[in-house]
Design a protein around this ligand. Structure first.
Ligand code: 5AD
Ligand code: SF4
Length: 470
């Protein structure tokens, strides 16, 4: 390689490496006499899912062929570390991957994502999983093509993890999982440092993309057949604050809604501390914005919320819910709740139960607190497991009962459904989502995929509905 001809600016540099990788791969294909395959397994949140689409886009550009199974020539685990069980899953499955690698000497294993930003994890992999070929982190994912070239030319484990970045590289290829809907990153990182959360340490400081880049991306997606976008950020409500020309999230949303051909707009995740009246107004005024708000509560106890560094209390949270329901009566509310946070008393827990009863969420993700190394809460005295488990069960039951009652309330109603796929178990049915995110199965065929149709919710089956197109 002539070092002088390698571009220094991005994304040109990565396109150079994609071309180089294509050549390297071709040679390999000639050697083994077949196409080389890849598989990307994603752990964790929507951000990771979107990052995986970027990895897949680059691998396809290079010439790898995607397969469903993990016995591919190149397997990548895009990892999550928000709770310890996510980490344990990765370690467990790495052993299983090594079984495939022993049978295929050309197999490469890559690890990326949040877990790789933790130095202790890298040490453990070097020591106990030395068969891994490539490790990179969350800040340099844009460099993937370059890293693949390094990996293909090296016998040793390639490790490239950055502590932070202020870079946002635009214009690299991506491959969408769905033809008609897509996630769109509007910002990266988080500045909130909630006391239990590792995200700010592994995803870095908040960086917003320029509105023009976001709008251009969505326009392109729409011209490519996308009808629904999910705007993604750890805390979308603080979008745009640090841009050279600051803009608010609600202003961005209004601009996004103006894009012709785009039918639905979702967003994730809203932090209650930054949720503005203006956002509520924009949601109420724009029918394209889905009637759904994911609003993490974490705890109903004002004392614990202060300790968690959440910057709102029980009253403020309930007040936001009241305002949302006043402005958008049919809004679906979902949430995240942590049980067993250090110092949680029975009284604190009952405050959480109280909020759940008052808000009546459509559904809620409930988590048992998991200490994360380096976060302030991990240094505190932990709650005994039996107490946490008991509380968790009580909360889960309440959340599920209320969720069921909410579903029963809407049975019989007619709703707009975006059809996503042919039903996995019964091909006479299709599966879609209401604008409040509820799953519905109804009679139909593949021609409906990507269209929005009116469906009567005839029967509630727990997590989903059976419906009839009308
Ligand atoms: N333990 C348990 N749950 C956590 N979450 C974040 N950090 C932890 C932790 N250490 C939950 C929060 C957050 C969701 C994505 O994960 O509820 O909203
Ligand atoms: Fe974690 Fe809090 Fe940031 Fe969400 S807002 S990613 S919970 S630190």
């Amino acid at each position: 390689m002539n070092l002088n001809e390698i571009p220094v600016t991005e994304p040109q540099r990565q396109f150079y490496f994609m071309n180089l990788a294509k050549e390297l791969l071709k040679k390999k294909e000639e050697e083994v006499g077949r196409k080389l395959t890849f598989h990307v397994t994603t752990f964790g949140c929507q951000m990771n899912a979107r990052d995986s689409e970027k990895l897949i886009g680059i691998l396809e550009n290079i010439g790898y062929v995607e397969i469903e199974e993990e016995d591919a020539d190149f397997v990548i685990y895009n990892t999550c570390t928000v709770r310890d069980n996510a980490n344990q899953k990765v370690y467990g499955r790495l052993g299983y991957l090594n079984g495939f690698k022993k049978k295929n000497k050309d197999m490469k294993i890559g690890l990326c994502g949040c877990m790789m930003q933790e130095p202790t994890v890298i040490e453990k992999i070097k020591k106990s999983y030395s068969f891994v070929d490539l490790i990179f982190g969350t800040h340099n994912i844009f460099k993937f093509a370059e890293l693949v070239c390094q990996m293909l030319q090296s016998e040793k484990m390639v490790i490239d993890v950055w502590e932070s970045t202020d870079k946002i590289v635009e214009e690299l290829p991506t491959d969408r999982k769905y033809a008609f809907k897509s996630g769109v990153n509007i910002m990266f990182g988080c500045n909130n440092f909630c006391s239990y959360c590792i995200v700010p340490y592994v995803r870095g400081r908040e960086r917003s993309r320029e509105p023009k880049d976001i709008l251009q991306e969505i326009e392109r997606l729409v011209s490519d057949g996308v009808v629904e976008v999910m705007l993604l950020g750890q805390n979308v409500n603080s979008y745009g604050k640090n841009l050279e020309n600051p803009i608010t999230f609600s202003e961005l949303l209004e601009e996004v809604c103006k894009i012709e051909g785009l039918k639905r707009v979702r967003f994730m995740t809203s932090h209650p501390k930054d949720l503005s009246d203006d956002l509520i107004r924009v949601m109420a005024e724009n029918k394209k914005i889905c009637r759904h708000m994911h609003l993490p509560l974490q705890s109903g106890s004002s004392r614990l919320l202060a300790d968690m560094n959440r910057h709102y209390d029980k009253e403020k949270y309930l007040d936001i819910v009241r305002k949302l329901r006043e402005a958008i009566p049919d809004i679906a509310l979902t949430t995240d709740i942590i049980v067993g946070y250090p110092g949680e008393t029975e009284e604190d827990f009952m405050e959480t139960m109280d909020v759940v009863e008052k808000v009546r969420y459509n559904s809620a993700f409930t988590f048992i607190y998991s200490p994360r190394t380096g976060t302030p809460a991990a240094k505190k005295e932990q709650i005994p497991e039996d107490i946490t488990k008991d509380r968790f069960q009580r909360l889960l039951k309440l959340v599920q009962n209320i969720g069921q009652e909410k579903k029963a309330e809407v049975t019989g109603q007619s709703v707009e459904v975006l059809v996503e796929q042919v039903n996995e178990h019964d091909d006479s049915l299709v599966t879609g989502r209401c604008d409040n995110n509820t799953l519905v199965h109804f009679k139909g065929d593949a021609s409906l995929i990507g269209t929005i149709v009116t469906v009567k919710l005839t029967e509630c089956k727990g997590f989903y509905f059976i419906g009839e197109q009308i």
